[in-house]
Design a protein around this ligand. Structure first.
Ligand code: SF4
Length: 415
């Protein structure tokens, strides 16, 4: 599954007492100001799933729940170190908090309570802030929902993927279409802001099946939908099965048709297409992901999590066991770290902005970086305009309808 830049990880008390949690301290006002670098977003990676789906290459372990207490202890050490490094004086005000995985809601209610209690020592959601948690339809019971509500979560991102049971089986998902529908309806009693991920270009998936999935999604109380073409990442069982011929990849033409069908149906149903893979009802764009796309700084913690602070991008090691061992000894576990110079920052900004449907605002870019877009990328711009993949629209440079279909290969030319 392609998840473009929308996760900051390489690539998501007793069990009977979740209601005992304090009412959302994330919305209390007792906190220090936003830190001096103006960081207002944090990503926490929870690397546990019931099982690993055959196409997934995210940082996670399946069937190793015995590691959860050690993970929580290691996370505490990483957050304590973050607080010391950035001179936190009390919980920091965050405009967005995103708990991704893995499947964060695979944690039991008591472990979720422990996780949120830990986070509230370091972070505090601003009034009107966005607090997202990724979840799967299977296992998202009322006890877990109660914990999420008690701690101020106000947005759920559900890994639905399809409303066709054949596709769900092929993708090795553990829920049925009926269970996904029931979960969305149940969650909508508690959350106004519900998002669903959907996958197209699944082997054997017809245009009719994809259309039915889209129409089901549209008929449900969802405020945000992400559509991703299935990808075959090296090292996954799907990669091996596709190469051996056991799985038949969809043709480029089918993938293109399915992507365009998604755009047409979702826009027709009142969703704004605001990023290559993302659609939102009015006022429901994912604010956290926009932090990434707008080149702003963010904290991150957990195995495989990537952060961007003071111009340095660094990624934690992807091995869950190694990250736990390292932080158990209070040693950072960094896989890679890079200080971006002024030009690299500007180039990365262009690349991310072009993934947005509005594109790159040229005047704002030049004010921010003090260099013209043409100076940095004149040749790439000319070539892609000539090829019909980019266009000027008012003060913005943006992908054309054709360019959207080839977004990855266009934006990479700006790096
Ligand atoms: S549930 Fe999501 S994160 Fe977990 S293995 Fe499947 S695709 Fe990966």
């Amino acid at each position: 599954m392609t998840k473009h830049n929308d996760k900051s990880a390489d690539t998501s008390a007793a069990e009977s007492s979740p209601g005992a949690a304090e009412p959302s301290v994330f919305t209390q006002t007792q906190t220090s100001q936003v830190d001096e670098s103006g960081v207002t977003a944090v990503y926490i990676h929870v690397p546990f799933c019931l099982h690993r789906c055959g196409y997934c290459d995210f940082t996670l372990v399946a069937n190793q729940d015995d590691l959860i207490p050690d993970y929580l202890a290691a996370l505490k050490n990483e957050l304590e170190s973050t607080a010391a490094d950035h001179a936190f004086h009390g919980p920091q005000s965050m405009d967005t908090i995103f708990i991704g995985g893995g499947t964060p809601t695979h944690l039991s209610p008591s472990h979720l309570t422990e996780l949120f209690s830990l986070l509230q020592r370091y972070f505090h959601l601003t009034d009107g802030g966005e607090f997202s948690v990724e979840a799967n339809p299977d296992g998202l019971d009322d006890d877990r929902i109660r914990v999420l509500k008690d701690f101020g979560v106000n947005r759920l991102s559900l890994g639905v993927q399809s409303f066709d049971d054949d596709c769900l089986r092929l993708l090795e998902r553990r829920h049925s279409a009926a269970e996904a529908i029931e979960t969305i309806q149940r969650c909508s009693d508690e959350f106004d802001n519900l998002s669903a991920d959907l996958i197209y270009a699944v082997p054997g998936q017809s245009l009719r099946s994809w259309t039915t999935t889209l129409k089901s999604a549209i008929s449900l109380p969802l405020s945000h939908i992400s559509t991703y073409g299935l990808t075959y990442e090296q090292g996954t069982p799907f990669y091996r099965r596709a190469n051996s011929g056991e799985l038949r990849r969809q043709t480029d033409e089918t993938e293109r048709q399915q992507y365009l069908t998604g755009i047409g149906l979702l826009k027709g149903a009142g969703f704004e297409h605001y990023e290559v893979s993302n659609f939102a009802k009015n006022g429901f764009r994912c604010r956290h992901n926009q932090t990434y796309w707008q080149g702003r700084s963010y904290f991150a913690a957990g195995p495989g999590a990537a952060r961007y602070l003071n111009g340095r991008r660094s990624t934690n090691c992807r091995s869950v066991a190694r990250w736990i061992r390292s932080w158990s000894d209070n040693s950072p576990c960094i896989q890679e770290s890079e200080d971006l110079n002024a030009e690299e920052k500007a180039r990365e900004f262009m690349m991310l902005a072009l993934r947005m449907i509005d594109g790159l605002n040229i005047e704002a870019f030049e004010r921010r970086f003090g260099v013209s877009v043409r100076t940095l990328a004149g040749e790439a711009i000319q070539r892609h305009i000539a090829g019909g993949l980019l266009e000027y629209h008012g003060k913005n440079l943006r992908l054309t309808a054709e360019g959207l279909l080839l977004a990855d290969s266009v934006v990479v030319d700006f790096l």
